[in-house]
Design a protein around this ligand. Structure first.
Ligand code: 13P
Ligand code: SF4
Length: 374
C-alpha cells in the first residue's frame, strides 16, 4: 500500500480516539483536594519505594510533584535514562504509554505504574507491528530506525530506537557509515532529519496530532506582530513551520534554549504544557503558544496532547494505593526492543546533544553558538 494512503486512513481513525481521550481528561480538583492529593502521593511514594517521572506535557501539578519528590520532569530520552538509574522498586510514569513501556523494557525487574494505561500516542497508533514488520522485511537492505513513540513490538523489529533529542545525531552517524535507512513513524521528523543529514531514508507516513496542526501562515503573522520573539519548534512539526524556527529541538532542548537565550519573548510550537517549565526557569520572559489549525471545536488538539492530558492527580494517588495500571509487556519482545534502546542510550552517553539554533548546521555546531549542554 502507498504510504500516503496509509496515513490518511490512520488520521481519520484518530478522530474518534482523540475524542475518546478528551472525554477521559480528569476533572480539575479543587484547591483543597489538590493539597490533600499531593500530600497522599508524597507519602505513598515514600511508603512504596517509588519514584515519579513526568513528561513536560503533563499537568503542572504532576511536573511539580515529580521535581519536589526527587523524581524528574524531562523529555523522553532523559525519562528513559533517569528511570534506568533509579534504585527504587517502582517507577510511576506520568506521560504516555510508550514511555511506561520503555521504562519496563529497560527495567524488567521493576514495577512500572501509570495513571492511565489508555494514554497512547497518534504515532504509535499509526504504526502497528502487523503492518510495520512486513514493510521492514520488504526492505532488508535498510537499517531500521524507529522513534521511541512506538509499541514494544515495533521497537523489537528496529536496529535503533531514537528520540527527538538524539535522532539527528544518530542518523548522521549511520549515514556517515554508508547505511541506508528505514525510518518510522513520524514523517515530519523523518523529513527534517533527512534534509539535515542528506541520509537515504525511506519514511513511514505517521504524524503527531498535536504538532501536525501548527500552521506556517498563521505563525508568520504572529512573528510579524512579535518581531523580537524567538521561535522554538519541536521537529514533529510540518516543514514550513520548522523553516520559521530559530531553534529546533526536543522538549528538553527547547526549554534549555529558552533559558539560555538573551531574548525576552518566545513563540513556542509544541504542546503548551512545556510552558510551565519555561516560566519556572525564566519568570520574567514571555511565552506565546504558536497558532494551530483552528480554534476551539475546529482544532483536534489546540496544541495540547489529548493523551498526556489523561494523567491526573487522583488517578496517580489511586494507582499508588491499589497497584492498578501496572505496565506488562511480552518479555521476549521486550528483550528484542532493549537492543535498540540500549544502543541509543550508549550513543547519548558518548556525546551531548544541545538544541540547534538558527545558523548552526547541527547540534554539534550549536556549541559554536553558545548553546552547549545544560
Ligand atoms: P520529546 O522526546 O522531545 O520529549 O518528545 C516526546 C513527544 O512525544 C513529543 O510530542
Ligand atoms: Fe504522541 Fe504527539 Fe502526544 Fe507526543 S504530543 S505523545 S507525539 S500524540
Amino acid at each position: 500500500m502507498d504510504q500516503s494512503e496509509r496515513f490518511s486512513v490512520d488520521f481519520c481513525r484518530h478522530d474518534s480516539t482523540v475524542a475518546h481521550a478528551w472525554a477521559r481528561t480528569p476533572a480539575e480538583p479543587s484547591a483543597a483536594e489538590r493539597v490533600d492529593l499531593k500530600g497522599r502521593v508524597r507519602s505513598l511514594l515514600r511508603a512504596q519505594d517509588a519514584t515519579l517521572l513526568a513528561h513536560y506535557y503533563v499537568h503542572p501539578d504532576l511536573q511539580d510533584l515529580a521535581e519536589e519528590t526527587g523524581g524528574c520532569v524531562a523529555d523522553s530520552l532523559e525519562m528513559a535514562r533517569f528511570g534506568h538509574e533509579q534504585s527504587s522498586r517502582t517507577l510511576v510514569i506520568c506521560g504516555v504509554r510508550f514511555m511506561g513501556e520503555t521504562a519496563k523494557i529497560l527495567n524488567p525487574e521493576k514495577r512500572i505504574l501509570m495513571p492511565d494505561l489508555e494514554a497512547t500516542c497518534s504515532l504509535d497508533l499509526a504504526c502497528s507491528a502487523q503492518e510495520f514488520v512486513p514493510f521492514c522485511d520488504a526492505h532488508r537492505d535498510r537499517t531500521v530506525v524507529v522513534y521511541a513513540n512506538t509499541s514494544v513490538e515495533v521497537k523489537a523489529r528496529a536496529d535503533w530506537v531514537v528520540t527527538s533529542a538524539i535522532g539527528l545525531d544518530i542518523v548522521r552517524e549511520l549515514h556517515r557509515r554508508g547505511e541506508k535507512l528505514l525510518w518510522a513513524p513520524d514523517r515530519h521528523l523523518g523529513r527534517y532529519i533527512e534534509r539535515e543529514t542528506g541520509a537515504d531514508m525511506l519514511i513511514w507516513q505517521g504524524a503527531c496530532v498535536v504538532h501536525d496542526e501548527f500552521k506556517a501562515v498563521e505563525l508568520q503573522a504572529l512573528i510579524a506582530s512579535h518581531p523580537h520573539a524567538k521561535v522554538l519548534v519541536h521537529p514533529e512539526s510540518p516543514e514550513p513551520v520548522i523553516k520559521l524556527a530559530d531553534v529546533v529541538g526536543s522538549t528538553g532542548q527547547l526549554i534549555r534554549a529558552s533559558r539560555e537565550s538573551q531574548s525576552e519573548e518566545f513563540i513556542v510550537a509544541t504542546d503548551g504544557g512545556i510552558i510551565h517549565q519555561m516560566r519556572k526557569l525564566s519568570p520574567n520572559k514571555r511565552f506565546i503558544e504558536a497558532p494551530t489549525a483552528g480554534n476551539g471545536a475546529t482544532c483536534k488538539s489546540c496544541a495540547h496532547c489529548p493523551w498526556m492530558a489523561m494523567n491526573g492527580l487522583s488517578a496517580l494517588a489511586r494507582v499508588l494505593e491499589t497497584g492498578a495500571n501496572e505496565i506488562r509487556i511480552d518479555p521476549e519482545a521486550g528483550a528484542k526492543a532493549l537492543r535498540g534502546i540500549e544502543r541509543m542510550l550508549d550513543f547519548a552517553a558518548s556525546r551531548t546533544a544541545p538544541a540547534r539554533p538558527r545558523g548552526a548546521q547541527s547540534y554539534g555546531d550549536a556549541y559554536a553558538h553558545g548553546m552547549g549542554p545544560a
